[in-house]
Design a protein around this ligand. Structure first.
Ligand SMILES: C[S@@+](CC[C@H](N)C(=O)[O-])C[C@H]1O[C@@H](n2cnc3c(N)ncnc32)[C@H](O)[C@@H]1O
Length: 248
């Protein structure tokens, strides 16, 4: 079910997200993705709103649903993602409210002169192949004092609730690229896979601090009891980690 793999190319990663894009769109707009609707999006939108940002980059925007929600509270939003199918869905549905760039955040940072107030990356850090270059690109795209707000799988608890803790290759302290069937709790039978990267907490912290961000706040959100009851397995611990980082 889980398979440790060698590092892949970004083209291979984009192709995986191309295949998943129509399913992700349906899962999120239908509300079947409980975590997006009830845990992550509300928390991220509230943190983003507190920034009073004029210009926002949604890094790793996928099919653009969060980008569109950010656009409702911001003057200018650009979604950035290397998956052509995701960007095409995003443009078709949300092209009027936000701009979309096809490419990695690294490519966007190398080609665009942006002085963004805010970068949001929802569930992207555990999917990027090169964490340092992704975070450095976020730093390059922000104005001094701008914010980088991320959510990612919780490095301590993801191995347990996702189920790879007992894999023979798993070592908490080692960055490991692995393939897994793509599944969300309430919709487990999608017959596609994605590539993800396990990293210990120290890798995230050191990469963020090493790129000259100050970590201002960390959050470990939990669902309300009512929402928790709708998951096949109740949450025993936080499944995600959110952070607000300030560009120095
Ligand atoms: C789990 S999806 C999250 C999508 C979206 N943020 C959402 O809220 O649904 C991870 C996304 O990160 C994108 N991604 C991977 N590496 C990236 C990079 N270096 N720069 C920008 N996006 C990247 C993938 O193409 C994929 O769409």
């Amino acid at each position: 079910m889980f398979r440790k793999v060698e590092k892949k190319t970004i083209a291979a990663i984009a192709a995986e997200w191309d295949a998943l894009a129509p399913i992700r769109y349906q899962q999120i707009v239908s509300g079947v993705d409980l975590t997006f609707k009830h845990v992550l999006a509300p928390a991220l939108l509230s943190l983003a709103s507190a920034e009073n940002a004029d210009t926002v980059v949604d890094a790793g925007c996928g099919v653009g649903i969060l980008t569109n929600l950010l656009a409702a509270q911001t003057r200018e939003v650009v979604g950035v993602d290397p998956s052509p199918e995701s960007i095409s869905i995003a443009r078709a549905h949300f092209g009027r409210s936000a701009g979309f760039f096809l490419g990695t955040l690294e490519t966007y940072a190398a080609n665009c002169r942006a002085e963004a107030d805010l970068i949001v990356a929802n569930m992207v850090l555990m999917d990027v192949l090169d964490l340092d270059s992704f975070i450095k690109s976020a730093h390059r795209l922000l104005r001094p004092g701008g914010a980088f707000i991320f959510s990612t799988t919780h490095p301590w608890f993801w191995p347990v609730y996702y189920g790879y803790v007992d894999e023979p290759w798993f070592k908490y302290e080692e960055e490991t690229v692995f393939e897994s069937p793509f599944r969300i709790s309430a919709h487990p039978n999608v017959d596609l896979f994605s590539t993800q990267v396990h990293r210990p907490l120290e890798n995230y912290v050191n990469s963020i601090v090493g790129a000259q961000f100050a970590i201002e706040r960390l959050y470990e959100p939990m669902p309300t009891a009512e929402i928790d009851a709708r998951y096949p397995e109740p949450w025993r611990f936080p499944r995600y980690l959110l952070g607000v980082c300030r560009r120095q």
